[in-house]
Design a protein around this ligand. Structure first.
Ligand code: ZN
Length: 284
């Protein structure tokens, strides 16, 4: 299986989730072996930021990568879109320090990728595969990884709120299933948290256009949900994006319970650092 990059380029503009500013990102092809690279044009020149497990400052709200002077925030949905659609190499030029939140899902990224198409490159795809069972747990949060020749995510969430409750969804991630089942699932938050976030200068760009808001009576958004279990599907979207921080495709079967960005990242760091937990495979 050869590596894949974009056959053209496209741009997405919109509001950033945290600062509320107008920002943009332009997707284009990149040479084989590049991986995903975010490019920031700073006064001292171009900065190239690559996903790596330890390049991330993860919070429960968003995933940020930094090279020490420049950073790009809220990249998890972009990475999920690229990984979900099997894109190995891409350059994303970011203006504004944060990518636009768009509709809170990877829908527009996937539409852009499908619109410009992809090309096979003259190099075999390489990946990291889970080599033996590996678990990471803390309280109710848990991730169990097992060897598997695809990328399977079986995710369970438990929220003490009648609009969400317990939801479970399992998917073998490949472009068709990702585009149809996961890409359109939006990020979500609780009405009671909105005031807190705003008072701390966070989520200024959040609105019903970009976030599913859950109030005491249920979903506040006039259009309701895109899938009855949109919440757990979005958690899978986040997990795919957070695992893409490895910098190359990750193969394995993952059972995930009640995780979030910070816990996903802690798991990935341990998995990547553990001797013998991952093995390099060539899919050529
Ligand atoms: Zn998300």
């Amino acid at each position: 299986m050869p590596q894949k990059t974009l056959a053209g380029s496209f741009e997405l503009k919109g509001i950033s989730l945290h600062s509320g500013k107008q920002v943009s990102m332009a997707f284009g092809p990149a040479p084989a072996g590049t991986g995903i690279v975010f490019i920031v044009d700073a006064p001292d020149g171009l900065h190239r930021l690559c996903p790596r497990p330890d390049a991330v400052g993860a919070t429960e709200l968003a995933t940020t990568i930094s090279d020490g002077t420049q950073s790009v925030s809220t990249i998890e949905h972009v990475l999920a879109g690229l990984r979900g659609m099997d894109v190995d190499n891409a350059a994303i030029r970011v203006e504004g320090g944060e990518v636009p939140i768009l509709d809170g899902s990877a829908k527009l990224v996937v539409q852009g990728l499908l619109g410009c198409g992809s090309v096979a490159q003259d190099a075999p795809r390489s990946a990291s595969r889970v080599a033996r069972p590996f678990s990471h747990a803390e309280g109710a949060k848990r991730i169990d990884a097992e060897p598997f020749d695809g990328f399977r995510v079986d995710y369970t969430i438990r929220f003490d709120h009648p609009a969400i409750g317990t939801q479970r969804f399992c998917i073998d991630v490949e472009p068709g299933a990702f585009a149809g089942e996961i890409a359109c699932a939006r990020t979500f938050g609780f009405l009671k948290d909105v005031e807190y976030l705003r008072s701390h200068g966070l989520a200024r760009g959040g609105s019903l256009e970009s976030v599913v808001v859950v109030g005491d009576e249920g979903v506040v958004n006039p259009g309701g949900l895109r899938y009855p279990d949109e919440f757990v599907r979005h958690k899978i979207l986040d997990f795919i994006g957070d695992m893409a921080m490895l910098g190359r495709p990750l193969l394995g079967s993952f059972r995930v319970e009640c995780s979030g960005h910070a816990f996903n990242n802690a798991f990935l760091r341990r998995l990547a650092a553990e001797p013998g937990a991952l093995e390099a495979v060539s899919l050529g």
